[in-house]
Design a protein around this ligand. Structure first.
Ligand SMILES: Cc1cc2nc3c(=O)[nH]c(=O)nc-3n(C[C@H](O)[C@H](O)[C@H](O)COP(=O)(O)OP(=O)(O)OC[C@H]3O[C@@H](n4cnc5c(N)ncnc54)[C@H](O)[C@@H]3O)c2cc1C
Length: 310
C-alpha cells in the first residue's frame, strides 16, 4: 500500500477520534448568562446598553455586572444593576468583593442590593488594587470569598455564585487546596460556580471530574471568553492563570492588523469550544461579553438559543 495512505489509515484507526457534534434538534437550548462591566464614560454607557438590549431577547437565566479591581466601581456597578432591575426583563447578579472594605461596609452594600430588588450576588475575594504588593485582607473585612458567602447569607437569603478555576487560582498553594476552597464556598451557601475562562476544553472537563470527586454537586458553569484581540487576551491570561494553547497563537498569526479576519477566526474558535462542551453534556454557559454583543449573540445562536418574543 502507498505509504502516505497507510499512514493516514493508521492515524484514523489508532489516533484520537472526535465524534460528530449533535444536531441542534436533539438538544434543548442551553441556559445562558452574560457578564458585563460597568461603564466609565457616557460612550461606554451607550455601548453597554446597546449590548444589553441586543442580548436581552435571548432570555438569559441571569446577567452579571462586575465589580472593579480593588472595589473601585462600587457606585457604577450599583447604578448599572439597579437600572437593569428597573428597565429590563433581565435578572441581574451583582459581583461583590472583599477588597478594601470592612465587613460592615460590605454588608451595607449587600443590603442596598437587596433593597433594590437584587437577589443574586457573585461573591468574590477580588484582587489587590493596581500597584499594591499582593492581596492583603482589609483589617475587619472578609478575608476570602468563603467568608463573604457566609456573611452574605446572614444579610439576606441571596442566591450566591462563586468563582472556580479549572487551571487552579494563580496564588493557590496547590490544585487540591484550591478545590477544597471551592468546596468551602459551596458549603458556606453558594449554589453555583462560574469558571475562569479556558481555551483547552479538556482542562475544564477534567476539572468537572475533580469537582465531582470532591463532592461538589452544584453546577460549575463554564466561563466562555470569545477572543477578538489575541495579543491582549494572551497578556491578560498570563495574569489570571488561564493557559493559551500554542495552536491559538498559530491561528492568530499575522492577523494583528486584520480585525475583520480575527473576528471570523474568533467566532470559529469559540463556536467549536461551546459545541464540544455541549457534545459532552454541558447545558449551561456563562459568556464574558466585554460589553460587545455580536460574537456572543452568534455563538449563542449556534448553541441553539433563539430570541424570545414577549
Ligand atoms: C467568574 C469570575 C468573576 C470575577 N469577577 C470579578 C469582579 O467582578 N471583580 C474583581 O475584582 N475580580 C473578579 N474576579 C477575579 C477574582 O476576584 C480573582 O481571581 C481573585 O484573585 C480571587 O477571587 P476568588 O473569589 O476566587 O477568591 P477565593 O475563593 O477567596 O480564593 C482566592 C485564593 O485564596 C486561596 N484561599 C482561599 N481561602 C484561603 C484560606 N483560608 N487560606 C489560604 N488561602 C486561601 C484560594 O485557593 C485562592 O488561591 C472574577 C473571577 C471569576 C472566575
Amino acid at each position: 500500500m502507498d505509504q502516505a495512505l497507510d499512514n493516514t489509515l493508521n492515524r484514523w484507526l489508532t489516533g484520537p477520534r472526535v465524534g460528530a457534534l449533535p444536531a441542534l434538534a436533539e438538544l434543548p437550548a442551553p441556559r445562558l448568562s452574560f457578564e458585563f462591566f460597568p461603564p466609565k464614560t457616557d460612550a461606554l454607557e451607550t455601548q453597554l446598553w446597546s449590548c444589553i438590549r441586543r442580548l436581552e431577547p435571548l432570555a438569559p437565566s441571569f446577567v452579571s455586572v462586575t465589580y472593579g479591581a480593588g472595589g473601585t466601581t462600587q457606585a457604577r456597578t450599583h447604578a448599572t444593576v439597579s437600572r437593569i432591575v428597573r428597565e429590563t426583563s433581565l435578572t441581574p447578579a451583582a459581583h461583590l468583593t472583599c477588597v478594601g472594605a470592612s465587613r460592615e461596609e460590605v454588608n451595607a452594600v449587600a443590603q442596598s442590593y437587596w433593597d433594590a430588588g437584587v437577589r443574586h450576588i457573585v461573591a468574590l475575594r477580588g484582587d489587590a488594587p493596581a500597584g499594591a504588593n499582593g492581596y492583603e485582607p482589609h483589617p475587619g473585612g472578609y478575608a476570602y470569598a468563603a467568608d463573604l458567602v457566609e456573611g452574605l447569607k446572614r444579610v439576606a437569603p441571596f442566591e450566591i455564585s462563586v468563582a472556580a478555576y479549572p487551571e487552579t487560582h494563580p496564588t493557590a498553594l496547590n490544585p487540591q487546596h484550591d478545590l477544597d476552597n471551592l468546596k468551602r464556598k459551596i458549603d458556606a451557601g453558594a449554589t453555583r460556580a462560574i469558571s475562569q475562562y479556558f481555551f483547552d476544553t479538556s482542562v475544564y472537563l477534567n476539572f468537572l471530574d475533580r469537582c465531582a470527586q470532591a463532592g461538589i454537586t452544584v453546577p460549575v458553569v463554564p466561563g466562555i471568553m470569545p477572543v477578538t484581540n489575541y495579543a491582549q487576551a494572551a497578556r491578560f491570561s498570563a495574569m489570571c492563570g488561564a493557559s493559551v494553547p500554542a495552536w491559538m497563537g498559530k491561528l492568530y498569526e499575522g492577523l494583528d492588523e486584520d480585525a475583520e479576519t480575527r473576528r471570523m477566526v474568533s467566532a470559529v474558535v469559540a463556536a467549536e469550544q461551546v459545541r464540544l462542551l455541549q457534545a459532552n453534556g454541558v447545558d449551561e454557559f456563562h459568556f464574558y461579553t466585554l460589553n460587545r454583543p455580536d460574537l456572543v449573540y452568534a455563538i449563542a445562536h449556534i448553541l441553539g438559543a433563539r430570541p424570545k418574543t414577549a
